[in-house]
Design a protein around this ligand. Structure first.
Ligand code: CA
Ligand code: CA
Length: 416
C-alpha cells in the first residue's frame, strides 16, 4: 500500500471530490486523445459539464489511479474563457501527482456568475518504456448564478395558503439560464426543525427555462397551522451542488395574518429591457407608505424604476380582500406611466390580471375584475412602449402598494 503524506482531512476531501467526479461524465477523455487520455486519467474535477458555486475558488484535480501501469504524470492545466480555447484565463505547468495519483491545482481565480468556462490538461507520463504524452478534450464547467437554487416560494419565514395545501407548489431560482447546461433540482420537505421527519422528497426536476425559477410538486397534503422546513439543491451535469436552505413556512388561512395595509416584503424583481442608466433599482423602495420625493434624478428618493417591461412581486402586510369597487392602490412617482397589476396567493402566482392603467400619482385596481376573493401577492409590470428610451427612471416608478380592502376575518379567504 502506498504511503499517505497528505493530511487525512484534506485527503478525505480530495477523495470525496474524486468519487463525485467519477459518478458523472467521468474522465477527461475523448476526441483526439480519447483512448490515450482515458488510459491515463480516471476522473477529473470539475468533471465535464458540471457546475460550481458562484464565489467558490475551485480546485482542479486529475486522478491517475494506475500509476504502476502508466507511470506518474506531470501536468499542464489551462483554463479558457471561450469554447474555441483561444483566451487563456490561467495556466500552470509542472504539476506532479502525489502518492495517490492526484494532481491538484487551485488557481485562485474569481469566475463570473451565470456563464461557462473551459479547461483541459496535458501530461507527460513516465512509463517504463519512455515518456508518453496525453491530453484531454476541452472540458466545460458552469458557474451558477449567485442566487442559484435559493428558495422563492414559499419564502423563508412566509406562508402557504391553506387552500393550496392539498396540492403544494415550491419554487427555487434557476441555477443557470444559457443553453447546454444540464440542470435538475432535488428538494426535501420536513415537518420538524431537526430535519428528521421527512414529509416529501423530489429529485431530478428539470429546470424550467421559460421562467426565472423551477417549480416542484411534492404530491403530499400539508396540515393547516403546521410549520414546515425545506431545502433544495441544483444538480449540474449529474453533479450535485450543496443544499440551499433550510427555509421555513407555515400553512395558514391568509386572512388570519395581521400586518400593515402596505406591501411588506419584496419577493423578486425582474428587469425588462436592459438599460444601464437606470439609477433607482432597490425593490425595498416599493414597501411601506408612499414617500417618493425629489424633482430630478439628482434628488429623487423613495421608488424603484422597473425598466421597460420590468416587473416586481410584492407581498402585502395584510391580505387584500375583494369588496365593492377598487381594492388595491399603486403609488407611482416621477411621471404618468402605463402598468399592469396582477394578484395571486403565492410568491409565484398563478397571476390573475387586474387590468392595465395609466398611473399618475396613483392608480386603483379591483380584485373582482379577475374573479378573486382575496390576494396576498401583487405583481406590477411596466407595459409602456419600448420606444421610450433608456434613462435614469425608465419604466414605471413604483413608490408604494396599498390594500384599500384588507382582510379582517378568516372567512374572507375562501376560494369561491
Ligand atoms: Ca373589488
Ligand atoms: Ca416608497
Amino acid at each position: 500500500m502506498i504511503s499517505v503524506r497528505a493530511p487525512s482531512a484534506y485527503l478525505a476531501l480530495v477523495m470525496l471530490l474524486i468519487q463525485l467526479a467519477s459518478c458523472g461524465s467521468g474522465g477527461g477523455g475523448g476526441g483526439d486523445g480519447s483512448s490515450s487520455s482515458a488510459r491515463y486519467v480516471d476522473a477529473v474535477t470539475p468533471s465535464d459539464g458540471s457546475g460550481i458555486n458562484y464565489g467558490a475558488s475551485p480546485t482542479f484535480i486529475i486522478h491517475n489511479a494506475s500509476t504502476a501501469r502508466n507511470g506518474s504524470g506531470v501536468y499542464e492545466i489551462v483554463i479558457y474563457s471561450d469554447g474555441g480555447a483561444v483566451n487563456v484565463l490561467a495556466s500552470v505547468s509542472g504539476i506532479s501527482e502525489d502518492d495517490n495519483g492526484l494532481a491538484v491545482w487551485t488557481p485562485g481565480l474569481a469566475f463570473d456568475e451565470s456563464r461557462q468556462y473551459w479547461w483541459k490538461w496535458k501530461a507527460v507520463f513516465g512509463a517504463g518504456s519512455g515518456a508518453k504524452n496525453a491530453e484531454s478534450d476541452l472540458l466545460k464547467f458552469f458557474v451558477v448564478k449567485s442566487d442559484a437554487g435559493q428558495g422563492v416560494s414559499p419564502r423563508s419565514g412566509g406562508y402557504m395558503d391553506v387552500n393550496s395545501a392539498s396540492f403544494p407548489v415550491f419554487a427555487v431560482f434557476n441555477a443557470y439560464t444559457l443553453p447546454n447546461a444540464n440542470v435538475t433540482y432535488d428538494m426535501e420537505l420536513y415537518s420538524d426543525p431537526e430535519l428528521t421527519a421527512l414529509t416529501a422528497y423530489v429529485s431530478g426536476v428539470t429546470q424550467d427555462d421559460s421562467e426565472a425559477y423551477t417549480t416542484f410538486f411534492p404530491g403530499v397534503t400539508l396540515d393547516s397551522g403546521r410549520t414546515y422546513y425545506w431545502l433544495a439543491r441544483p444538480v449540474i451535469g449529474g453533479q450535485p451542488l450543496n443544499w440551499r436552505g433550510v427555509y421555513t413556512f407555515t400553512v395558514k388561512n391568509l386572512c388570519e395574518i395581521s400586518g400593515s395595509s402596505y406591501a411588506q416584503n419584496a419577493i423578486s424583481f425582474t428587469r425588462g429591457e436592459e438599460c444601464s442608466l437606470i439609477a433607482f433599482n432597490d425593490p425595498a423602495q416599493a414597501l411601506g407608505s408612499p414617500n417618493g420625493s425629489g424633482h430630478d434624478p439628482a434628488n429623487y428618493r423613495g421608488f424603484i424604476s422597473l425598466s421597460r417591461g420590468g416587473s416586481i412581486v410584492l407581498e402585502m402586510g395584510r391580505t387584500i380582500i375583494n369588496r365593492p369597487g377598487n381594492d388595491l392602490r399603486v403609488w407611482e412617482y416621477v411621471s404618468t406611466e402605463e402598468l399592469e397589476a396582477f394578484a395571486g396567493q403565492s410568491e409565484i402566482g398563478p397571476w390573475f390580471s387586474l387590468g392595465v392603467e395609466w398611473c399618475g400619482d396613483f392608480c386603483d385596481f379591483d380584485l373582482g375584475k379577475a374573479g378573486l376573493n382575496y390576494a396576498r401577492f401583487i405583481k406590477i409590470m411596466d407595459v409602456s412602449s419600448l420606444a421610450g428610451g433608456c434613462y435614469e427612471t425608465a419604466g414605471a416608478d413604483i413608490d408604494a402598494v396599498y390594500a384599500l380592502g384588507a382582510a379582517s376575518s378568516s372567512s374572507q379567504c375562501e376560494v369561491f
